[in-house]
Design a protein around this ligand. Structure first.
Ligand code: HXC
Length: 259
């Protein structure tokens, strides 16, 4: 499918999805959110895509939800707009395949929230993170109040959200908001290296692990361990498990087939 506001490139088993609305620093309006939702479906169904890298065109990852579109909404319309983003980001978070955010520039408001719905965040040294909503007289609306404290802790999330301040990549690394920071020109290469490393493993195992982690962080330890036990058992119904263990015993690299 072709998109007006997205670029989709496939390189082997890795797909690069780039938000392409540069004139508004990739701000998310309803149209971009709808396209993002379609692209997630497309990538979920694409058997050749094992890992997704999400980034933005130009100097921004995503500078937030579209302030122009939001400015004239009434309360019910604002709730509807929030739901569109919440549902889309949740779909991204729950897609079976891992998603790496390559945060190349501004990740503000809805942009920071979009990165939070990804499995792993890598940042350019030029990236800027923040939840500027209180400066606009609104709260975060694409789950920043929920995912940010889960990732960096309540105290830091409250400070970021209450002050609306923007932080740089090094501070984002220090508080655990991103996994690593790279020079701008190295970011995509490093993101692809990580994506390919993940893509070289048993994909069903990677997907089961993602599901178990996602489930586990939202439940009690005993329930989480039961989920882990079940996906562990499921691995033994896959060809990948047989190949992975056989290859180890035969002292050769495994050839996984995602089966
Ligand atoms: C609409 C935006 C935008 C946004 C930037 N633009 N961010 N348009 N919505 N969120 C547009 C600008 O209006 C401008 O358009 C063009 O992009 C370039 O931006 P500039 O401001 O000229 O660039 P610069 O001076 O470099 O400043 C970059 C910036 C600033 C610091 C990122 O643009 C900014 O503060 N943007 C808003 C960030 C923000 O508050 N995000 C949170 C939104 S609320 P023109 O036509 O003038 O060239 C949110 C809520 C999520 O995300 C939940 C919703 C339910």
């Amino acid at each position: 499918m072709t998109y007006k506001n997205l670029l989709l490139k496939k390189e082997g088993n890795v797909s690069i999805l780039s938000i392409n609305r540069e004139k508004a620093l990739n701000a998310l309006n309803s149209e971009v959110l709808d396209e993002l939702s379609c692209a997630i479906d497309e990538l979920s169904e694409d058997k050749n895509t094992y890992v997704v890298v999400l980034t933005g065109e130009g100097r921004s990852f995503v500078a937030g939800a579209d302030i122009g579109e939001m400015s004239s909404l009434n309360a019910e319309e604002a709730r509807t707009f929030a739901k569109k983003g919440l549902d889309t980001f949740r779909k991204l978070e729950l897609m079976e395949k891992p998603v790496i955010a390559a945060v190349n520039g501004f990740a503000l408001g809805g942009g920071c929230e979009l990165s939070l719905a990804c499995d792993i965040r890598l940042a350019s040294s030029k990236a800027k993170f923040g939840q500027p909503e209180t400066g606009l007289g609104i709260t975060p609306g694409f789950a920043g109040t929920q995912r940010l404290p889960r990732l960096v802790g309540t105290g830091l999330a409250k400070e970021l959200i209450y002050t609306a301040k923007t932080i740089g990549a090094d501070e984002a690394l220090r508080i655990g908001l991103v996994n690593a920071v790279y020079e701008p020109e190295a970011l995509m290469e490093e993101a692809l290296k990580l994506a390919n490393e993940i893509a070289s493993k048993g994909q069903l195992a990677v997907r089961y692990a993602k599901a178990a982690i996602n489930h586990g962080v939202e439940t009690d330890l005993d329930t989480g361990m039961e989920v882990e036990r079940n996906v562990f058992g499921l691995c033994f119904a896959t060809e990948d498990q047989k190949e992975g263990m056989k290859a180890f015993l035969e002292k050769r690299p495994a050839e996984f087939k995602c089966k």
